[in-house]
Design a protein around this ligand. Structure first.
Ligand code: TRP
Ligand code: SF4
Length: 400
């Protein structure tokens, strides 16, 4: 249905680290060759929790994009842009705010969770309550099909789906809807039209999911039908109004196995992270000074990898043979901790070296990143405008 667009956003929070790479960015790099992808700097989202210290959002944002590019996100494949440079997100946010029940926002689990967790921040603002709505606008404005996010964001995508349904229900039933749908089916040619009608009946009467899929596939092929008519038919097929907004699905991003230097989740705020652009000396030092199994006080004490924060690094960076060498050597005190860490240091340095190199080109010439974002914003705005034109029309706001 439509183009299978993938969209994801990231708040600008400062230098990205290996946890981001193994969790999110590697995934983006894979997706960009499989789907048309849109990735954006969620700068307005940063303000929903940190309006008091906006810092230099534009610098942090551009710097984050350097980290994306360093990780292999390719501006020739994916569209990279900045949320605040596509003000249509705000317009859709406003229009959706008219129809979103307050209870839906208050029920989003992150609302209460975050207020409790981030007790030092003032989160009793309209912006913070509305943050899932802004996220829904980000997603719906591109008619995104898939949204790669972590577990914590799943309720936001579910919220987005419900909102899209509500919108289509309210505004997708134009006058003469039935007749218009029937006329559009005829344009498919008599054979396909008959098949389409048959499949539709099968789905509506017996909930045959296979029939629905086949009918959708049939519509996907009808590139000669104008988009508005196809939208109408996607909705009509399922017995609903015209599908102006598309319900997205989650592409669940598995949490990275990589933990921080202290064995907790890797996070800048825990001060246990290896940043993607850390100097090689800093990387080596951080790993060399990592704590190990506390039971291994002396070199001659045997240890247990399961109690050591270095082990998760081996799980990411070492093959079976090397892991066996670690287990064997650790539990028999056959190897020392520095010896055990050395291959990890080399693997991490090997992984980061090409990133540093790619990043350097962008640091040497900051106009490169500016141009990438300017291009990306242009492309994103065109797509956003397409949706907004239909949203405005559906809500009775197309004056000119
Ligand atoms: N809320 C996401 C986060 O905090 C970031 C985000 C904003 C996002 N808009 C989005 C993610 C749209 C996916 C799609 O991580
Ligand atoms: Fe940890 Fe390796 Fe030392 Fe064992 S040998 S305690 S796994 S660093």
């Amino acid at each position: 249905m439509f183009e299978t667009r993938v969209l994801s956003g990231m708040r600008p929070t400062g230098a990205l680290h290996l946890g981001h790479y193994h969790g999110v960015l590697k995934n983006w790099v894979r997706l960009q060759s499989e789907y048309p992808c849109l990735f954006f700097v969620a700068d307005w989202h940063a303000l929903t929790t940190d309006y008091e210290k906006p810092g230099a959002l534009q610098e942090v944002g551009a710097d984050m994009v350097v980290d994306w590019l360093a990780s292999g996100v390719d501006p020739n494949q994916a569209t990279l842009f900045v949320q605040s440079l596509v003000p249509e997100h705000a317009e859709l946010n406003l229009l959706l705010s008219m129809i979103v029940p307050l209870g839906w926002l208050e029920r989003v689990p992150t609302y209460k969770d975050q207020q409790e967790k981030l007790a030092d921040k003032d989160l009793s603002t309209y912006g913070f309550l509305g943050y899932p709505l802004l996220q829904a606008a980000d997603i719906l404005i591109y008619r995104s099909r898939y949204v790669p996010v972590g577990e914590d964001q799943v309720p936001h995508i579910e919220f987005t789906r419900e909102l899209a349904r509500r919108f289509n229900h309210l505004y997708g039933r134009e006058p003469g809807y039935q007749d218009k749908a029937k006329a559009a089916v005829k344009k498919m040619g008599s054979k396909k039209a008959r098949l389409f009608n048959e499949l539709r009946t099968r789905f509506l009467e017996s909930g045959d999911a296979e029939a629905l899929k086949r009918a959708q596939a049939l519509l996907d092929e009808q590139q000669n039908l104008p988009r508005g008519e196809r939208e109408r038919l996607y909705g009509w097929l399922e017995g609903t109004g015209r599908k102006i907004l598309v319900e997205p699905d989650v592409l669940l991003t598995e949490a990275s196995k990589l933990t921080g230097l202290d064995g907790q989740k890797m996070s800048k705020s825990y001060n246990n992270a290896i940043a993607l652009r850390d100097e090689p000396e800093a990387v080596s030092r951080k790993i060399r000074t990592m704590p190990t199994d506390p039971a291994r006080v002396r070199r001659s004490d045997p240890g247990n990898p399961d109690k050591c924060p270095v082990w998760p690094l081996h799980l990411v960076y070492s093959d079976a043979e090397r892991r066996q060498w670690v287990r064997q050597g650790c539990t028999t005190a056959g190897i020392g901790c520095l010896e055990c860490k050395q291959p990890v240091i080399e693997s991490v340095l090997g992984e980061l070296a090409p990133m540093r190199e790619r990043a350097q080109a962008y640091l040497d010439d900051p106009t490169l990143v500016k141009n990438i974002l300017a291009d990306g914003c242009d492309k994103a705005r065109k797509l956003a405008e397409e949706t907004m034109r239909e949203v405005r029309e559906a809500m009775g706001l197309s004056y000119l």
